[in-house]
Design a protein around this ligand. Structure first.
Ligand SMILES: C[S@@+](CC[C@H](N)C(=O)[O-])C[C@H]1O[C@@H](n2cnc3c(N)ncnc32)[C@H](O)[C@@H]1O
Length: 295
């Protein structure tokens, strides 16, 4: 497998193939990418991450199951990586990605992280910025144009891919090598979207702007961030992009040409008794031999 992956990443694979799927669903236009960016720009001014440690350690564990089979120079994509918290935690567990040579001086092992996020982040905000073999690209998941077709080997996304327009799944499929693996944690609306969302939004809006008789200027940054967060959650709820069932996950990812390896609904109770739910989804872009070749 490693040999085939290296050939493809070098751009020398000789055949043109038409993938099993052809009808890709149209991109969901209800996702307001600018609203997301506005919220996370403010959020990252004072916070390091918007995910639980458990969700990240599960991703790191799943990544470890394939990391040693990456070809030399293999690239691990982290889509919606935020401030590179996952990479920082990976480095604190396993050290910085290193290049290993055999006795003949040939590179036998090396991997790279490529983090992608559309929120503008300064280099000093990126936690693994100084680490070797970690690069960052500011881009939206549905516009990965700077990344060549079939050039990345593994992809991760922690509670982020389902916040992006659906075209991001098509882009993910495009940039991965055949046989490339994907490890996702996806939000479960039971924990992400509170029942009283509209009330909470109306109350916060009133607190900040008053009504038409008591109109006032917004005051605190903290309030502005809360309002943007609630607005974002309403947008996500109305866009109906978050996955509620295994079947929706299966249908969506297979329609973009992925094979589903496993789906698990996980939950964890925090110290305040709040139960957090999320989906763990492992996928594969089918290897060359499973693809339908053009005559
Ligand atoms: C819930 S946070 C998770 C961040 C990080 N993966 C973690 O574990 O802390 C969602 C992230 O997705 C990013 N995001 C949302 N929509 C995006 C898009 N269209 N393209 C790229 N990144 C996006 C946000 O900027 C944010 O950093």
């Amino acid at each position: 497998m490693a040999r085939a992956l290296t050939e493809i990443s070098g751009g020398s694979y000789p055949v043109t193939f038409s993938e099993v799927h052809k009808t890709v669903p149209t991109s969901n236009t209800l996702i307001d990418v600018d609203a997301q960016r506005a919220y996370y720009s403010l959020f990252y001014e004072t916070n390091i991450s918007d995910s639980t440690p458990e969700s990240r350690s599960s991703l790191i564990k799943r990544l470890e199951s394939v990391r040693s089979s990456l070809p030399p120079g293999g690239v691990i994509l982290d889509l919606g990586a935020g401030k590179q918290i996952l990479e920082a935690e990976h480095i604190s567990q396993f050290g910085t990605p290193k290049t290993v040579y055999n006795w003949r001086g040939e590179c036998v092992y090396a991997y790279n992280f490529l983090t992608v996020d559309h929120t503008p982040l300064r280099p000093d905000q990126l936690l693994a910025h100084d680490a070797p073999h970690v690069s960052h690209l500011k881009a939206s998941g549905d516009q990965l144009d700077p990344i060549r077709d079939a050039s990345l080997h593994v992809a991760l996304s922690n509670l982020a891919l389902d916040f992006m327009p659906r075209k991001s799944i098509e882009e993910l499929h495009r940039v991965l090598v055949p046989g490339g693996r994907v490890f996702l944690n996806l939000s479960d609306p039971r924990s992400t979207i509170p029942n009283n969302l509209d009330d909470a939004y109306a109350r916060m809006n009133y607190k900040m702007y008053g009504n038409r008789w008591t109109r006032k200027k917004p005051q605190k940054t903290e309030d502005r961030r809360t309002l943007l967060m609630l607005k974002n959650k309403r947008m996500l709820r109305d866009a109906k992009e978050l996955f509620e069932t295994n079947e929706q996950i299966w249908e969506t990812f297979t329609s973009y040409g992925f094979s589903l390896l496993s789906v698990t609904n996980c939950s964890q109770e925090d110290s305040d008794g709040w139960r957090m739910h999320w989906w763990e989804v492992d996928l594969e872009k089918p290897p060359i031999e499973n693809l339908v070749f053009k005559a």
